[in-house]
Structure formats: structure tokens, C-alpha cells
Design a protein around this ligand. Sequence first.
Ligand code: DLL
Length: 426
Amino acid sequence: MIWDPKHEAMPREELRALQLERVRRTAELAYASVPFYRDSFDRARVRPEQLRTLDDLRRFPFIRKQDFRAAYPWALLAVPRERIREVHASSGTTGAISLTGYTDADLGTWTELVARVFGAAGGRPGDLVQNAYGYGLFTGGLGFHYGAQRFGCTVIPMSGGNTLRQITMLRDVRPDILCCTPSYALHLAEAWRENGFCEADLSARVGIFGAEPWTEEMRREIEAQLHLKAIDIYGLAEAIGPGVSCECVEEQHGLHVFEDHFIVECIDPATGEPVPDGTPGELVFTSLTKEAIPIVRYRTGDISAIDPAPCSCGRTGRRMARISGRADDMLVVRGINVFPSDVEAVLLGVPELSPQYRLVVDRERALDLIEIHVEARDGGGDELGHRVETVLRSALGIAMKVTIVPAHTIPRSEGKALRVVDRRKL
Ligand code: DLL
């Protein structure tokens, strides 16, 4: 079902005209109200009124995650703080928070976008939704909550974790739709089996999974284990949260970008130049309707490709391929963004450790794990390892296993060091 046919199935020409009108307004708002944009546009010698065609946007400078972090908490606001109704943040793990805010109108936009997601995923008004995305600063929980309610669903606001209670609710309350990260979906499936729950009691038709990278193989696994259709949803706090793009249940092949609210570009991360359709590159988004924190050419670091082919579902928003990786080295582990450089900073703060380390990311029992192999300056054993685990957990908010390895066992490199081994990809 198409929730908002007027916009989701708008003829491309009309859509592009709408985009042009809206992008001008966004650039004007950004230039007039946000010193960051005024400075960066001035440096690049561009002005909002130079946006005569959509291609002109390419002359505008990028904004990056570090700009959001540097602007913490309010420096990117385009409206007075009093007009912000709600605050969220990207799921980064460090003290450097990427904060985002929503005006009343922004909350309305977000709610509508996530309602579209429920339509695209094959939801029906009246469906019962178990929402196992985390509630709080993370955009997953409340974003899905608002969108599901708008769509006419009944929401069970489970938030993340508490697996036994999750599966008990799944069994007893019998939701039609499950929302959580794909890795957590597999974890729930495993817990289901281990607790001897009956396959016939699985009720959900649809799972709406996102917030972390996953593969087609993982989709097949989840669909087989949970007996549902698994739909990929993408978004990021800096853009709005979940609801930037979503697969349709008809094709499950690429995520329709809601292009009446976002301009998507795909660029070569090295040169910043656009790549041809179908070629992998880094996604860049410009918001078209956001009031509180408009974004002009936000570089996501996410690698995808644009597919302009028409879709049998009738939506005209072009599709982006599922995210295949990241341009930078940020890891998304259990839905939380982890920067290896942050881990390094913590490790280097422990005097007994040498700066020789490696992060091994793996998936055990469907959950992502980070193990850190690090050399100690003078040996050191379990006690040191446990102490470092505690320091890491309190600094980054995520549990990692630390193994102190003998000196000179971490391979040295002659070029760039290989700091991260992501076994999930193997
Ligand atoms: O993860 C928003 C979200 C919530 C999306 C719930 C989907 C469902 P952030 O915490 O800001 O926002 O993290 C954004 O997560 O740049 C990607 O690297 C990654 N990501 C999000 N969705 C997907 C996906 C939310 N479907 C970062 N596939 C993004 C792969 C994803 N990676």
C-alpha cells in the first residue's frame, strides 16, 4: 500500500521541480540562519540564489559528521532552541555527540515518512507492531513509534533488549510486524528455539529491519527462521532518523528514497565527484523540508549505488542499493556506531598497553562482538585485560572483550595498518 501516493508516486518531472523549489528554500534558510553554512558557502563562493537547476547543487560544499560533532550541542540550529520539541542523537559511542533536533513540523514530517515505511513494508492499518528498536536518544524507537501510530497500528513499545520478555510477548500478544535491527532479529529467533517455543506460534508477517549493515544471506536466514518478509529500512539521525529510504515488499530490491524530502547523490569518496548510476559510491543527502537542522550535502560515509529503474510497486523515488560498507572506518556494531579511532584513544590512555592493537569484529550467536587484541608493554595478563574492558565500557558505552597478546604478535604493516578485521563480512 502506498501511504502517500501523491508524493511517493509523483511523476519524476514534477518531483524534480518540487525538489528545486525546496532545495532553494533549504539553502536560503541554512545560509541566513546557520553560521556554519554561511561560512562554508562563502568560502566556496556560492550563494543560494545560484541554485537554478538541481545540478547546481554540486557546486555547494559538503557537511560531514565531524561538523555535527563540532557543532554540539546547538550550533547547527536554524531556529531558536525554544522551537525544538525533541532532541535525538546519532548512535555514536563517544563523548562527541552528533545531536539533532526537531521542530513540531519536523516531527510531523518524520512521522509521515515512517508511516510510508509501514505501507511500503506491507503493513496494514490495525496491525500490531512490536517495536524492539531502542527508545531514547537513538532515533529508532520513537521514530518507529510515531510512524506506526500514524499508520494506524497498535504499538508495543518494547525498546531493545530483555530478550526473554520480547519472545514471550511475540508468542502471547502475536504481533503482525516486528521492528528491530537485523542482528537482533536473529538473536530473537535463536532465543525462540532455545526456549522451546513452537514455530507455529510465530505470528509476524513482516519485519522492518535496519540501523546496521546486513546482507541478502542474512535476510534469507531471518526470513527462514522467523517466517516473515524482512524489509530493509535506512536512515540516519543527521538526516531525520529512520525514514530516509525503505524497500518495498513487492520487489525487496533496493530502498526507495523519499525524494520529495531528500536529494540523494552518490559520489566517489576520494574525489567528491558524482559516480554514474549503478556504480558504488558514498551517499550524500540534502534535506528539503527540515526546519530545525537543515542539511546541505551531508556526507554519510555509507556506500551504496543508485538504481533509477522504475519499480513495479509504483513508487517513483529512485532506489539505493543496500548499504555495502562505509567510506570511513566507522563500525556499526549492534546498531551502535563505533569509531576505531575512539577505541585507540582509550587504549592509548592505558600506560601499560603498547599502541599495537587490532579490532576483531565477529558475530557470535547472531550478535556482533568486538574483541580487541592488544600488546602490553611488559607482558600483563587477565587482570590488565579486565581492567581495560572496564575502561572501554565506561568510555564508549559498549562491551568489548580484551585479550592481551604476547609482544610482536600483532602483524606490523609497511603501509596503512590494518586495524579492523571484520569477520562478519567473511
Ligand atoms: O540508525 C536510524 C535508523 C533507526 C535506521 C532504525 C533504521 C532503523 P544513526 O544512529 O544515526 O541512525 O546511524 C546511522 O547507521 O549512517 C548507516 O551507517 C547505518 N545504517 C542505518 N540504516 C542502515 C541500513 C539510525 N538499513 C548509520 N543498512 C548510517 C546499513 C544502516 N546500515
